[in-house]
Design a protein around this ligand. Structure first.
Ligand code: DC
Length: 238
């Protein structure tokens, strides 16, 4: 086993299941789970609350030194996001904040503002980090890179279920529209667009349920690092 911390980068479009799969894998293998989307969401929420135009780079740049974005892990190993000291972990999940996050994440000034936070997490911990540019920009030397994807319809279905479970009302067409908007914006932006790193393993979960997707990713981790998951989080064969 190498001496420096291990990093696993999981990138892919919205709703591919990155966060739930990364969270479960992190728990199974004893890694820290770093959800970088949550960090962008917190900046998006700050712009939303302050009424700052999310596409105006100069205005956002002016806002950044006036806000405090931080993350902490609670005793269960759950990442919590704080904006100016307030726990906003639930609020950043609202659909309107997803769009704000996508908007501000297209700005290079926001991306460089958040770079150090992400790299420090990986420098100090064995980490499974999910996002859009982790394998391409944030951790280009990650020990394992996975590009997780699924069809837009499958992703919209899953997002619907997630929102409904949280009691957030939603309509399939609107959820699909949001997914397509974010796909387009996240992939076509000039700054760190969503793309598969040349050395990333492609995992398409359109036809896989959660357990099958989890087993596929776990298998990659087992093979790459010769690690075994915690028995309590058993991995069934693919
Ligand atoms: O993963 P998510 O849906 O919570 O991410 C919210 C937005 O943040 C998404 O539209 C794209 C952006 N994002 C990004 O640009 N780079 C990352 N590493 C993570 C998220």
């Amino acid at each position: 086993m190498k001496n420096s911390p291990i990093s696993v980068a999981i990138d892919g479009p919205s709703g591919a299941g990155k966060s739930s799969l990364a969270r479960k894998c992190a728990s199974a293998f004893g890694f820290l789970y770093a959800d970088t989307g949550a960090i962008y969401r917190t900046v998006g929420l700050a712009a939303y609350r302050r009424g700052v135009d999310r596409k105006d780079s100069a205005a956002i740049e002016k806002m950044l030194p006036a806000i405090s974005v931080s993350l902490r892990y609670n005793e269960e190993g759950e990442q919590r996001m704080f904006l100016d000291g307030e726990d906003v972990s639930e609020e950043i999940r609202k659909p309107e904040i997803s769009i704000c996050a996508s908007d501000v994440s297209a700005l290079p000034v926001v991306r460089s503002y958040l770079m150090q936070t992400q790299r420090t997490l990986a420098k100090e911990n064995n980490v499974i980090m999910d996002g859009r540019d982790i394998g391409t920009v944030v951790l280009p030397n990650a020990d394992l890179k996975i590009f997780l994807t699924a069809s837009p319809e499958a992703r919209a279905q899953r997002r619907m279920k997630e929102l409904q479970e949280k009691g957030i009302p939603c309509v399939f067409e609107d959820v699909l529209k949001d997914i397509l908007y974010r796909d387009e914006q996240d992939s076509s932006r000039a700054a760190a667009p969503l793309r598969r790193a040349d050395d990333a393993v492609l995992v398409d979960t359109t036809e896989l349920n959660f357990d099958e997707s989890f087993a596929a990713i776990s298998q990659l981790i087992i093979e790459r690092f010769c690690l075994q998951p915690d028995a309590d989080n058993g991995v069934s064969p693919v």
